[in-house]
Design a protein around this ligand. Structure first.
Ligand SMILES: N[C@@H](CCC(=O)N[C@@H](CS)C(=O)NCC(=O)O)C(=O)O
Length: 240
């Protein structure tokens, strides 16, 4: 059995998608990050970086209990455990890892900062918002171009590179439902990207994963100003 420490965010959605694809039994344990549960000692003992997702595999290598944090590391761990969704031959493996890294170092942080400055930052941060909007647009174009070369990000087959990326594209369309920038109807210049999203969301494992995720109630709406200061490390939590 695998324990998945979870909430509703795209970084966690990746692991729901992956667990449903590989078919390993798992148990989701919700961590209310808006209320600061990620900073409790019982959680930071498992992940000193104080973030979800995190997994505890009670039947890890050699039968040992194994803890893995960071969504990219968890995807690689589960792919290797199950022997699918990450090819072993170098010619096929490195393109997958390369596009996984684009998600981990580009799509995740840049879309995340856009989300932060758009929804949670005080007024007067136009420069930051402009910078992250431009970066998000650049990454959308990059993904669409890549999907013109191959049906999936890592090559001919569905892999952990796609699993890492698709939750962010889906989340942007939903969180910013009123913004033309992230809606397919307003962005016909990204046809390969939208077709790829549709193909993935039709997969039975993706249908099961998103049904489960959509059943989790996000607690962001009940966060107090102090809860927001704590998660964003600002106000009385700022160190600079
Ligand atoms: N690089 C990490 C990012 C994880 C992350 O940012 N998790 C957020 C939810 S999406 C979180 O736990 N935030 C709580 C906090 O920052 O205190 C990964 O890919 O796993």
């Amino acid at each position: 059995m695998i324990d998945l420490y979870a909430m509703t965010s795209p970084n966690v959605q990746k692991i729901f998608l992956m667990l449903e694809e590989v078919g390993l039994p798992y148990n989701a344990k919700l961590v209310d990050v808006w209320k600061g549960e990620q900073f409790r000692p019982e959680f930071t003992r498992l992940n000193p970086n104080a973030k979800v997702p995190l997994i505890v595999d009670h039947d890890g290598p050699g039968g040992q209990r194994t803890t893995v944090f960071e969504s990219g590391a968890i995807l690689i761990y589960l792919a290797e455990k199950a022997g699918i969704l990450l090819p072993t031959a170098p010619a096929e493996r490195y393109p997958v890892l390369q596009w996984l890294m684009v998600q981990l170092t580009g799509v995740g942080p840049m879309f995340g900062q856009y989300n932060h400055f758009k929804r949670f930052a005080p007024a007067g941060t136009d420069y930051s918002l402009s910078r992250y909007t431009t970066e998000v647009r650049r990454l959308y174009d990059l993904l669409d171009r890549r999907l013109g070369e191959a049906p999936y990000l890592g090559g001919p087959d569905y892999t952990i590179a796609d699993i890492a990326t698709v939750p962010w594209i889906r989340a942007m369309s939903r969180i910013f439902a009123k913004e033309a920038g992230f809606q397919r109807a307003h962005n016909p210049e990204l046809p390969r990207l939208w077709a790829w999203v549709d193909r993935i969301l039709e997969r039975p494992a993706a249908v099961r994963a998103f049904a489960r995720i959509d059943g989790i109630q996000s607690t962001v709406g009940s966060a107090t100003p102090d809860d927001l200061d704590r998660i964003f490390q600002r106000g009385r939590y700022a160190r600079a």
